[in-house]
Design a protein around this ligand. Structure first.
Ligand code: PBG
Length: 326
C-alpha cells in the first residue's frame, strides 16, 4: 500500500466536530489573553473611542470595574495606558508619582493584583505635547539617550505604584538595560519587563492615537522598525534578552506573523503579540457592515496569532474572547 490517494485521505481528520477538536494543534485559553485598557485623567464618565467601537477611555472608577471583569473572565493580565490632562515637551506626567497611570496602577493592583498580572505602558507619547515616544533634541530629532533617562524614572514610579511588569514600548536603543538597572537600584528586583522587542512603524496604530489623545504630527520611522525588514527583529531580540527582558513582544500581530514565528523560534523567554488598534478597528468596521462574521473572525485571528508562536496575546477583545471560549 503506498502513502497516496485513495488510501491517504486527510479529510478523515476533519469529518466531525469531535474529530476536529481531538486533533486541533492550537487552543486558546483566557489565561494567555491580556486586556489593554486606557484610563483618562479628569473625566467623570467613560469616553467612547470613535475609531474603536466598544473600547473606552476609562475613569479611575470604571477602570477598576473593567479590571474586576477581566479577572472574572479568567484573563492573564491587563496592560494599562494613562491619558493625562496635561502634556509637555518632556512628558512630565509620566514620572509624576501621582500621575494618572500611577494612580490607576495602585487602584488595579489593590483590586485584582492577586488574580491578574498588572502591566503598564512605559513610553512618553501619551505624555508629550509633540506626541513622540521620547524627548527631542535641539534639531527636533528624538534623542535616544536623553529619553532613556526619562524611561528609567518612569520605570521606578510605575514600580513604586506596584505594577508587576513594565512594558517599555518606545523602541529606544538600550531601553531594556537602562530600565532593568533603574528598577534594581530602586530595590525593585521583582518587577519584570515585558519588552516591546519587534515593534514596527505601522499604520495599524492609527486608532490608538485617538485612544490616547496623541498630538503626533510626523511619524515614528526613525525609531520603530521598517515594515520591509525581518532580520533586525532577531537583532532586537538578542539585545533585549541580553539586557534582561523577561518577556518579549511582537507588534502589530496579524501583518507580522512571519516575524512572530521567527522570534518565537529563537526566543528563550515567553513571546507575546499585540493585536493592535487598527486590527481591531478593521474587523469591527467590516462586521458592523455585515460583511464578516465578527465572532468567527475574532477567534480565527487569535488562533492564527497563537499558531504563529505567541504565548500571550494582547487584544481589545480579551474579555469577550474569554467568554466565547468559556
Ligand atoms: C506607545 C504605544 C503605541 C501602541 C502601544 N504603545 C503607539 C505607537 O507606538 O504609536 C499602539 C497600540 C495599538 O495601536 O493598539 N506608547
Amino acid at each position: 500500500m503506498s502513502a497516496e490517494f485513495p488510501y491517504v485521505r486527510p479529510r478523515r481528520l476533519r469529518s466531525t466536530p469531535a474529530m476536529r477538536r481531538l486533533v486541533a494543534e492550537t487552543r486558546l485559553h483566557p489565561a494567555e489573553l491580556i486586556l489593554p485598557a486606557f484610563v483618562r485623567e479628569g473625566i467623570s464618565e467613560p469616553k467612547p473611542i470613535t475609531s474603536m467601537p466598544g473600547v473606552v477611555q476609562h475613569t479611575r472608577d470604571t477602570l477598576r470595574r473593567a479590571a474586576v471583569e477581566a479577572a472574572e473572565a479568567g484573563l492573564g493580565g491587563i496592560m494599562l495606558f494613562g491619558v493625562p490632562e496635561v502634556q509637555d515637551a518632556i512628558g512630565s506626567e509620566g514620572t509624576n508619582p501621582d500621575g494618572i497611570l500611577q494612580q490607576a496602577i495602585r487602584d488595579v493592583v489593590a483590586e485584582v493584583g492577586d488574580q491578574l498580572v498588572v502591566m503598564s505602558d512605559l513610553c512618553l507619547d501619551e505624555y508629550t505635547d509633540h506626541g513622540h515616544c521620547g524627548v527631542l533634541a535641539a534639531d527636533g530629532s528624538v534623542d535616544n539617550d536623553a529619553t532613556l533617562e526619562r524611561y528609567a524614572e518612569m520605570a521606578v514610579v510605575q514600580a513604586d505604584a506596584g505594577v508587576h511588569l513594565v512594558g517599555p514600548s518606545g523602541m529606544m536603543d538600550g531601553q531594556i538595560g537602562v530600565v532593568r538597572r533603574a528598577l534594581d537600584e530602586a530595590g525593585h528586583q521583582d518587577t519584570g519587563i515585558l519588552a516591546y522587542t519587534a515593534k514596527y512603524a505601522s499604520a495599524f496604530f492609527g486608532p490608538f492615537r485617538e485612544a490616547v489623545g496623541s498630538s503626533l504630527k510626523g511619524d515614528r520611522k526613525s525609531y520603530q522598525q521598517d515594515p520591509a525588514n525581518a532580520r533586525e527583529s532577531l537583532r532586537e531580540l538578542e539585545q533585549d534578552i541580553a539586557e534582561g527582558a523577561d518577556l518579549v513582544m511582537v507588534k502589530p500581530a496579524m501583518a507580522y506573523l512571519d516575524i512572530l514565528r521567527q522570534v518565537a523560534d529563537a526566543s528563550p523567554v515567553p513571546v507575546s503579540a499585540y493585536q493592535v488598534s487598527g486590527e481591531y478597528a478593521m474587523v469591527e468596521a467590516a462586521a458592523a457592515n455585515g460583511w464578516v462574521d465578527r465572532e468567527r473572525i475574532i477567534l480565527e485571528t487569535l488562533t492564527s496569532i497563537r499558531r504563529a508562536g505567541a504565548d500571550q496575546i494582547l487584544t481589545y477583545w480579551a474579555v469577550e474572547a474569554a467568554r466565547m471560549l468559556g
